[in-house]
Design a protein. Structure first.
Length: 418
């Protein structure tokens, strides 16, 4: 069986974690001095490194590149141990406010798990492991001096961190108010449950070897899926509380940015009061949204002398009879803006002394509704243009063109809207 056959199950979690790390790269660079930001980067980096290292084909590559048989074992187990320590300290950062006591506890975790990593390399150095084992190194060398202690050491570190982390989360969960943080903690608990199943299957298989029984399938077949799922869920659990709010904000910005496009397109006829700053399509979405809103408000300022508030109010009162508040404001705003643009093009401002010549405040409170109505008008205009430019076809048996049939959508029967 080819080693690459086992590569596919590792691709998805590795890609997910690497994508999360890349997505937060800009924030990591800007706020690198923040200890929490550095801890997040470390956790995501370690999780990604673990998945890359434990891929069977990469285990063979590490052994081959270094020329040391089975050196991928202490390398992968060291990364996993460091990831366990990073998870514990991250939970401490979430649960507790900064204090000297918290710093001492976190330092204690780092010291203990650093000692475990040192022990992994020391036991491997003394162990005699001449045969490369890709899938069953834990059970194959379960009775080998020093390698036996090597395996016990990494499993002890993993079990301890999993139990402590699950205990801290269970004590803390009821006090959490944030929905995203709760979702992250649930992912963590499910991930740690999978991690415990992984540890249990490994330990049972190793103990079976000690007693002369071959239950290697528990370690080689049953344990890896739980390890993959558990580590993925743990990493996602730490990502969600930070990425979730940002994702929600991005979705809202994307919705607002898309909704305002018809309004901005309608206002393109208004010359800007100042030169517009160029913002590329790859600029952050929130920056592009702010620029779009600024361009709309700038156009409103230029359009104010031509805006007929009386027309706006009359249309609004008529629309309220058959539409809800938001739709009525949208219809009234769309009609008044079209009328104002027409007056702007003809350079016929309303009497400046009239109180009617200004943009009402509630107009800017309903930009999305106005833009929605303008989208319908733009679609109607586009339909009319296509129909007017389409070639006519002669009737069968006659050289005369077929009579035109109107297919125009009927607009709302509001007073003065046509």
């Amino acid at each position: 069986m080819n080693l690459s056959d086992f590569h596919i199950p590792y691709v998805l979690p590795t890609a997910l974690l690497a994508l999360a790390l890349v997505a937060r790269f800009q924030m990591l660079v800007r706020a690198w001095r923040d200890p929490d930001v550095r801890a997040t980067a470390l956790l995501l980096g370690l999780a990604t490194a673990v998945f890359v290292s434990v891929t069977p084909v990469n285990i063979h590559r590490i052994n081959a590149m270094t020329g040391v048989t089975n050196i991928a074992a202490p390398w992968s187990y060291s990364l996993l141990t460091a990831f366990c320590a990073s998870c514990l300290t991250m939970i401490m950062r979430w649960r507790e406010t900064p204090s000297e006591q918290r710093r001492r506890r976190m330092r204690r975790v780092y010291v203990i798990y650093s000692a475990i990593i040192a022990g992994l390399w020391l036991t491997f150095l003394f162990a005699d492991v001449p045969v490369e084992r890709i899938y069953d190194i834990d059970t194959y060398y379960a009775n080998t001096p020093w390698m036996r202690e090597h395996i016990e050491l990494y499993l002890a570190g993993h079990v301890t961190s999993t139990l402590i982390a699950a205990y801290m989360i269970s004590r803390w969960y009821s006090k959490v108010a944030s929905a995203w943080l709760k979702a992250g903690l649930i992912c963590l608990q499910v991930g740690y449950a999978n991690g415990l199943v992984f540890d249990a299957t490994k330990i049972i298989a190793i103990v079976a070897r000690w007693s002369g029984t071959d239950w290697d399938f528990l370690s080689t077949r049953l344990a890896p899926p739980f390890a993959l799922l558990g580590t993925t869920l743990v990493a996602v659990g730490f990502i969600l509380p930070q990425a979730g709010p940002a994702l929600s904000h991005w979705i809202i910005d994307a919705r607002d940015y898309r909704r305002l496009h018809p309004l901005l397109r309608t206002l393109e006829a208004i010359e800007p009061s100042t030169a517009r700053a160029r913002v590329g399509r790859w600029a952050p979405l929130d920056l592009r949204l702010v620029q779009r809103e600024q361009r709309i408000h700038d156009a409103f300022l230029r359009l104010a002398p031509y805006f007929d508030v009386d027309l706006y109010e009359q249309t609004y009162e008529a629309a309220r009879a058959s539409h809800n508040e938001t739709r009525a404001r949208g219809l009234a705003g769309a009609r008044a803006i079209h009328a104002a643009i027409s007056s702007y093009r003809q350079d016929k401002p309303i009497d400046r002394d009239s109180p009617s010549a200004h943009i009402p405040a509630d107009l800017t409170d309903h930009l999305a509704a106005i833009s929605a109505e303008l989208r319908h008008r733009l679609q109607i205009t586009s339909f009319r243009n296509r129909r007017d430019t389409a070639p006519t076809e002669p009737q069968h048996g006659s050289g005369q063109p077929a009579p035109a049939t109107s297919h125009e959508p009927v607009e709302s029967p509001l007073p003065g809207t046509r």
